[in-house]
Design a protein around this ligand. Structure first.
Ligand code: HEM
Ligand code: HEM
Length: 173
C-alpha cells in the first residue's frame, strides 16, 4: 500500500496509471478540431470530456493528499537531476489541477452548467460570467502544455528503461 525507498506502493501506482489513462482519454478532445468532432473519436470518447474531467478533479485532490503523506518514503532521485525531476513532476501536478478548474470556468462562465454523468451540479442556462469564461480560456493552452510534458515524461521513463537500463520505470510498475 505505502510507498518505500525501493518502489512506489499500490495506491500511488493505481493513481498514476489510472489517471494517466484518463488524461490520455481527455486528450482525445483535441480531435474535435477535425470535422467539428463528427467522427468516431468525437462521438465515443471526447463526448465524455466533462464527466471524465470531473473524475480527474476528485482524483487529483486525493493524489495530492496521498503524495504529501508519502513524502518521506518515496524512491530517491539521482542528486544531479533531482531538482529537474521535482520541477517536472510538479508541473504535471499543476496541469492536472488547472485543467479541471479552467474547464469548469468555461462551462459555468459561459452559463452552460455542469452535469457530470448526467448529475446536474450547476444548472445550464445561467447568466454568463465574463471574467470566469475569460480566465477559463487558458484551458486549451494548458492542455497543449500538458501534452508536451506528458510526451517528454513518458519518453524519459522509456529512456531509463531501455537505454540506461536502470530500475526507474520498474519502481512504478
Ligand atoms: C485533466 C483534465 C482535462 C484535460 C486533460 C482536458 C483537455 C482538453 C483538451 C485537450 C481540449 C481541446 C483543446 C483544443 O483543441 O485546443 C479541451 C477542451 C475543452 N475542455 Fe477540457 N480537459 C480536462 C478537463 C475538463 C473539464 C473538467 C471540463 C469541464 C468541466 C473541460 C471542459 C472543456 C471544454 C468546454 C473544452 C472546449 C473549449 C476549448 O477548447 O477551450 N475540460 N480539454
Ligand atoms: C506512458 C505513460 C507514462 C509512463 C511510462 C510514466 C512513467 C513514470 C515513472 C517511471 C515514474 C517514476 C519516476 C521516478 O521514480 O522518478 C512516474 C512518476 C510520475 N508520473 Fe508518470 N508515466 C506516464 C504517464 C503519466 C501521466 C499521463 C501523468 C500525468 C499527467 C504522469 C505523472 C507522473 C507524476 C506526477 C509522477 C511522480 C510520482 C507521483 O507523484 O505520482 N505520468 N511516471
Amino acid at each position: 500500500m505505502n510507498d518505500s525507498k525501493e518502489r512506489y506502493g499500490g495506491i500511488t501506482r493505481f493513481l498514476h496509471w489510472g489517471m494517466g489513462l484518463l488524461i490520455v482519454w481527455q486528450f482525445m478532445k483535441f480531435f474535435d478540431r477535425i470535422n467539428d468532432g463528427e467522427h468516431w473519436v468525437g462521438e465515443n470518447l471526447a463526448s465524455w470530456h466533462i464527466s471524465i474531467g470531473s473524475v480527474i478533479l476528485v482524483l487529483i485532490v486525493l493524489r495530492i493528499i496521498w503524495a504529501a503523506k508519502q513524502k518521506n518514503n518515496r524512491p530517491e532521485q539521482e542528486p544531479a537531476t533531482a531538482f529537474l525531476v521535482k520541477a517536472g513532476h510538479g508541473l504535471l501536478y499543476l496541469g492536472m489541477v488547472l485543467l479541471p478548474i479552467t474547464g469548469l470556468m468555461i462551462m459555468i462562465g459561459k452559463g452552460y452548467g455542469w452535469d457530470p454523468f448526467g448529475v446536474e451540479l450547476v444548472a445550464g442556462g445561467g447568466p454568463e460570467i465574463g471574467w470566469m469564461a475569460t480566465l477559463g480560456s487558458v484551458h486549451s493552452l494548458i492542455a497543449w502544455s500538458l501534452l508536451v510534458l506528458v510526451v517528454g515524461h513518458a519518453g524519459i521513463a522509456l529512456l531509463h528503461h531501455f537505454v540506461k537500463k536502470d530500475g526507474v520505470l520498474r519502481r512504478m510498475l
